[in-house]
Design a protein around this ligand. Structure first.
Ligand code: GDP
Ligand code: IMO
Ligand code: MG
Length: 454
């Protein structure tokens, strides 16, 4: 199919991450001139399978696997330069051309002290008396279960302003030296007090040299990506945005405080890329056929039994970034409907449907019970959501292996009914169904690729 001109679309997760965004972006990428990350950092783990080969992407947009697509790291991303350089090398070693990677000069840098602070904060919270409280309603102090990739502290410094380093600074050694010298003094004082005995102060000179070296290696890729994207739009080139993390983890609209530190819903696209909001005409909300969550925080439909264990095993639900086993639960449509609203989903892609094969019945939460009252409204507050009990509707399951299905009609009637229930409840059409990790294992129900240009 010809390149779709002038079209700007986005792929965003509508749950707690790991919905299979990377797979969908990879599937669509060759129709776009650029794939743009607008939020998050190396906390993201997007696993893409092409022709049986599995690639794990953390900072590099999944569009890198499509040879004609520019992969853009937008200004809203926080970049760990060492991890990015390692990821580029791993891709190059596997024969992937990364010369199409572009990084915003305004993206913020994740420094080693951000990772140290992330780990120290989690440690302190984990060991605090209040965290150990057995009554959940009193457990108001709690570790978040972060990926320890320094994400929160890096975004905090972005907001502090005076203690932030941007990618552009790495290419200006004198400015970098002055700023980092001051920042290291401050960080050593703060982290020293936080960590106490055993804290190894940052050697400012060593860090400066390291970062100047990273700057030299990254410099050819550093650009003003807001102008780059504007130029592409003016040429009528199609652009795809790749969300990292997901709407339930959005710092403003997710299950706060158990969220990440960026606007990971579609609402982050404008700020994180410089492309104005009215330009995003198609927003594909990716929904896993059940729920998963990594780290702490409420998850009303969580399963603690053999059904959950079975789904975890069949779905290979172990984190791409940290390897942690993912928490597993039934599909929570109260949460998904809210996410679709906040992210403005214009269509849905249901993923990992194949994993549900062999369940006798499938449960879907369509309401919550809170303080004895039923509600169909989501509670975007970690502490309030902790009090919500899911109210389920039960649907018949299916036992057939559906990984070879390539059309909606080939799916068992029970699987079709499950999909139809989702679109009817959320009020957004399901246009894509994924039945396996490979690019090929996808049902384009109403061809996303053909409707993309409309
Ligand atoms: P992302 O963070 O949203 O990109 O998702 P991840 O890559 O972290 O997690 C999704 C996992 O599910 C990956 O291992 C994918 O290869 C895999 N996957 C994606 N779609 C499907 C599917 O339809 N069926 C199965 N069985 N696996 C899938
Ligand atoms: P992708 O893009 C799943 C979770 C972490 C933790 C919380 C905060 O692969 O879907 P952070 O390190 O961001 O401060 O951690 O958010 N989290 C994710 N969970 N998938 C992700 O990304 C995530 N990114 C962050 O587990 O609970
Ligand atoms: Mg992931």
């Amino acid at each position: 199919m010809d390149r779709i001109t002038g079209h700007t679309a986005a792929v965003v997760g509508l749950q707690w991450g790991d919905e299979g965004k990377g797979k969908l972006v990879d599937l669509l990428a060759n129709k776009y001139r650029a794939v743009v990350r607008y939020n998050g950092g190396a906390n993201a783990g997007h696993s893409v399978v092409v022709g049986g080969e599995r690639y794990s992407l953390h900072l590099v947009p999944s569009g890198i696997l499509s040879p004609t697509c520019e992969a853009v790291i937008g200004n809203g991303v926080v970049v760990d330069p060492h991890r990015l350089l390692e990821e580029i090398k791993t891709l190059n070693d596997r024969g992937v051309d990364t010369s199409r990677l572009v990084i915003s000069d305004r993206a913020h840098v994740v420094m080693p002290y951000h990772k140290a602070e992330d780990a120290a904060r989690e440690e302190l919270l984990n060991s605090s008396k209040e965290t150990q409280e057995s009554d959940a309603s009193k457990r108001v102090v709690s570790a978040i279960g972060t990926t320890k990739r320094g994400i929160g502290p890096a975004y905090a410094d972005k907001i502090h302003r005076s203690t932030a380093i941007r990618i552009g600074d790495l290419t200006r050694p004198e400015i970098l030296r002055t700023k980092l010298t001051m920042i290291c003094t401050l960080k050593n004082a703060v982290l020293g007090a936080m960590i106490g005995d055993g804290y190894e102060p940052i050697d400012a000179e060593e860090l400066i040299s390291e970062m100047i070296e990273c700057g030299k290696q990254l410099a050819p890729m550093v650009k003003d990506t807001a102008y780059l994207l504007d130029d592409l739009r003016n040429e009528g080139q199609p652009i795809l945005f790749e969300g990292a993390n997901a709407t339930m983890l959005d710092v403003d609209h997710g299950t706060y405080p158990f969220v990440t530190s960026s606007n990971s819903s579609a609402l982050g696209i404008g700020a994180g890329s410089g492309v104005p909001p009215q330009c995003i005409s198609q927003i594909i909300g990716v929904v896993k056929a059940y729920s998963t969550r990594v780290g702490g925080g409420p998850m009303p439909t969580e399963l603690f039994d053999s059904i959950g264990d079975g789904i975890r095993e069949r779905g290979r639900e172990f984190g791409t970034t940290t390897g942690r086993p993912r928490r597993v639960g039934w599909l929570d449509l109260v949460a998904v409907k809210y996410s679709a609203m906040v992210s403005g989903a214009t269509e849905l892609c249901i993923t990992l449907l194949d994993v549900l094969a062999s369940e006798d019945e499938l449960k879907i939460a369509t309401q919550y019970k809170v303080d004895g009252k039923l509600t169909d409204r989501f509670l975007p507050d970690g502490y309030l959501l902790d009090q919500a009990e899911p109210v389920y509707e039960t649907m018949p399951g299916f036992s057939q292996d559906i990984t070879a299905a390539r059309s909606f009609e080939e799916l068992p009637a029970e699987a079709r009914a499950y999909i139809e229930k989702i679109e009817q409840f959320v009020g957004v059409p399901v246009k894509t169904v994924s039945v396996g990790p490979d690019r090929e294992q996808t049902i384009l129900r109403e061809s996303v690729l053909e409707t993309v240009g409309s």
